[in-house]
Design a binder for this molecule. Structure first.
Ligand SMILES: [Zn+2]
Length: 323
């Protein structure tokens, strides 16, 4: 593990009034080293859901930063030079994987000059390891299919059961770079997983009355959420992933929603309101803006607050629609 607070030699030049030859007195002194125990692992994640889970399982052994913020579309993040510096200093780097970040993370990884954060490096964590991905394409993937991810749908963080796997993958990475604290991380993971199980039972209970409800989503981001809680996604605003809605597609979608009595459209904060509102007006459906990561709405700062918020919003909209 690399420490960011290495002690430094510092040189001070001191000119005395009586120094006729103009020489300087150099004094070297050592800045006190930061005690090893106080240094934290610097964990960088691509998205805030991973950061929230890393904080939960890393406890006071980690400082965690996400490159993307919760209101941002995680497919399209501006790869700022400051991100390269963060990756250069990272003790651990955690990605959502399944090519979610294919458009912006590789350039940062290559620029970071930190071999450990490259795929296969000891500080690299693909949080999707072990997850059963939905919608893995059966044939060859081409641009004609839109932004289809060849390894399956990367929005798996919205199934709480997958949050436990994300935590497992992060703890494996933390223990790799800080073997001495493995027991601490494992204990925190056990507590995190226990809390997920407990909260998930509550979320299932809240949404149980709406099992089978028909839903339209803007992007294919809510498929894992729908699979866990028993919703039926009948269509998407995007005709193909990453492709903006066309008038012809929306006309078909409106007809389908009317025929299926679909009363709910889910969209993330970064997708546009205008077309969603048109669809809602024509069908009598409610539009609910749901964050897909912590920080995407007020008071959604950790994974549990995010899921609490999303579950509450969906339950309230479907309760109103059934009255
Ligand atoms: Zn996507």
């Amino acid at each position: 593990m690399r420490r960011r607070d290495e002690g430094k030699w510092r040189t001070v030049r001191c000119r005395t009034a009586g120094c006729v030859i103009g020489c300087a007195l150099s004094i070297l002194f050592v800045v006190a080293r930061t005690p090893i125990a106080a240094a934290k692992l610097y964990v960088v994640t691509t998205t805030p859901d991973l950061a929230a889970i890393a904080r939960d399982v890393g406890g006071d052994k980690v400082d965690v930063e996400s490159l993307a913020v919760g209101t941002q579309d995680p497919h399209f993040v501006d790869p700022k030079p400051s991100f390269i510096l963060k990756l250069n200093r990272a003790d651990l780097y955690v990605k959502r994987g399944l090519e979610l970040e294919i458009g912006w993370a590789p350039v940062l990884e290559k620029g970071a000059r930190n071999a450990n954060v490259l795929p296969g490096g000891r500080a690299y964590v693909d949080a999707s390891a072990g997850i059963a991905p939905l919608e893995v394409p059966s044939g060859p993937v081409s641009r004609a299919l839109g932004d289809v991810h060849p390894y399956g749908n990367p929005h798996y963080q919205l199934d709480p059961a997958n949050a436990k796997l994300i935590g497992r993958n992060i703890v494996d990475g933390l223990s790799r770079v800080d073997e001495a604290d493995r027991g601490y991380f494992e204990a925190r993971l056990a507590a995190f997983a226990g809390r997920v199980d407990e909260k998930l039972a509550g979320w299932m209970h809240v949404l149980a009355p709406y099992r089978g409800a028909k839903v339209v989503t803007y992007h294919k981001s809510w498929d894992y959420f729908a699979a866990r809680f028993g919703f039926d996604i009948i269509g998407t605003m995007e005709p193909k992933p990453g492709v903006p809605p066309s008038p012809a597609h929306l006309a078909q979608l409106i007809t389908l929603m009317q025929a299926e009595h679909c009363k709910l459209v889910l969209k993330e904060p970064f997708y546009p309101e205008n077309l969603t509102r048109v669809v809602a007006e024509k069908t009598g459906a409610a539009v609910v803006t749901l964050p897909d990561a912590p920080g995407g709405a007020p008071a959604t700062d950790d994974y549990f607050a995010l899921m609490d918020y999303d579950v509450r919003q969906v339950a309230a909209a479907l309760a109103a629609a059934s009255r």
